[in-house]
Design a binder for this molecule. Sequence first.
Ligand code: AGP
Length: 610
Amino acid sequence: MCGIVGYIGDQQAESILLTGLKRLEYRGYDSAGLAIVGDDGLVVEKRKGKVDELRSAVNGQPLRGTLGVGHTRWATHGPPTDENAHPHTSVTGEFALVHNGIIENHGVIRQRLSEKGYTFESDTDTEVLVHLIDDIRAETDLSLEEAIRQALTQVVGTYGIAVVSSVNDKLIAARKGSPLILGIGDGEYFIGSDAAPLVEHTRQVVYLSDGEIVTVSRSGYEVKTVENVPLEKEVHELEWDLGEIEKSGYDHFMLKEIMEQPTSLSDSMRGRLLPEDPRVVLGGLHTVWDQLVDADRIIIAACGTSWHSALVGEYLIESFARIPVEVEYASEFRYRNPILRDGDVVVVISQSGETADTLAAVREARKKGVLCLGICNVVGSTIARETDAGVYLHAGPEIGVASTKAFTAQVTVLAMIALKLAENRTLSTGEMAHNLHALASIPDKVDEVLDMNDEIREMASVYRYASNFLYLGRGYNFPVALEGALKLKEISYIHAEGYPAAEMKHGPIALIDRFMPVVFIAMKDSTYDKVVSNIEEVVARDGSVIAITDEGNGELDKLCEYVLRIPKTEEFLSPLLTVVPLQLLSYHIAVMRGCHVDQPRNLAKSVTVE
Ligand code: AGP
């Protein structure tokens, strides 16, 4: 949720940390802060607001020192204020700590410490951890590292923390529930909540797992468990390069990522989709494929946009593989004590691979002994490392908080899984070849849809003042209606709802009047005639209709304000095309409303707390 960065080496830490925080800002942008150890001892600067505000605050008086930590915040406990910003400093001023996560038992500890005379400058749960370490130091002669370990055994909740102090010239970091990566440079070391602040400095990384603490000095690092057991950790090579996490000339990461979809889709198919053979190769599932083929039931758990792709996955796998599929909100699945039996397979979908509720669904499935597979974008993410097997999207870094190219890559991977399951099951070789060729032609068709960008921008200018929107679709495009509504909500702050088109008559139709734009996905597929009747029902109540349909279809012109005609494709692949105009519509409306498209208010790219 929050972003943490740390540095120890020969270079001045301030600019490395500020640049790192800027790259992590999609994880939270309520406040930002630095703690740097130099000749003047430990110096802390923190501000409410974005990293740029912190940068201008320290510009006047740079913080000198080659050891430091930084933090960008997504507020959980206490509003975005200077006081609640991280780092939080010990009463002695000896050390400073940044934290990503939630200390659930902060109330009890705060009470105990207050009775011992500790006072608190902030409302945060994090400051409680700082003073708990203080107290252990005061009561014992333990080193800072040992006091931190002891304190961490007393807290309940999740944490990714990094600590620097003016006395031991070390960078100490630990994780439980929140991601943390150590970057190994040439005589220097970096800590990051994800790879974004590390890529420009090193490709050599160590992924910390839950319950691990790393102590980094100028000459090396040591990883131990919080129970003080030394560990040998594997060093991994980062895949992404710096260019991929830059805007490359686009105004926003979201627009860049929408426009990248022909490439990201080709990358997610490369080496996997072999229409000529015809077959699908999913190396990451090779060891468990037979279990998937023989599955009695597949349960897909996810959150947000990933949950929408899971719904498309349900349609795909049930219609092609005839295996029953259930789609679950991960946050509900984990607490519902789900009934999982032999023969069940749990699949989780997560772009970031760090979403707390989805990670908990993985642990629930594993606890119950059923096979758990992952579909993730971030290589080396916690969910990717904790699932039994899985498929990477290969969509490249997704920085914009509103997920776009990850959605289409997720649907593509689900389509490949469904088609592979259908091979010699429900599909003949000829049908297999036909469907694989159809999938292979999608990147070019998405390119054609992207050529409608200007037309969609013009349409957006008409609807930018709307205060409500309704999105309606049937079958494979019902989840796309949900996704379109979510995109508009999260970046333009317009209230929008998505529904199965038929469901409209059971309530939402009451909302229809001439001020209610209604977006219909009306591709000429098995549901087309029914969708047209729904359009007529809305028009009969003066609703303003935008329809997405096949190129060459003029039947809707008389009924609709706007008709967007997109290339034809197979019905099961249409979500990969129909979602793109909805991504662009929400993008342009948000830009015209002056919203911060890449960092919408109150949101963050990966939700690592419950
Ligand atoms: C989508 O635009 C949002 N950023 C959000 O709903 C997101 O899809 C959700 O938090 C799940 O994230 P994940 O795929 O990284 O697990």
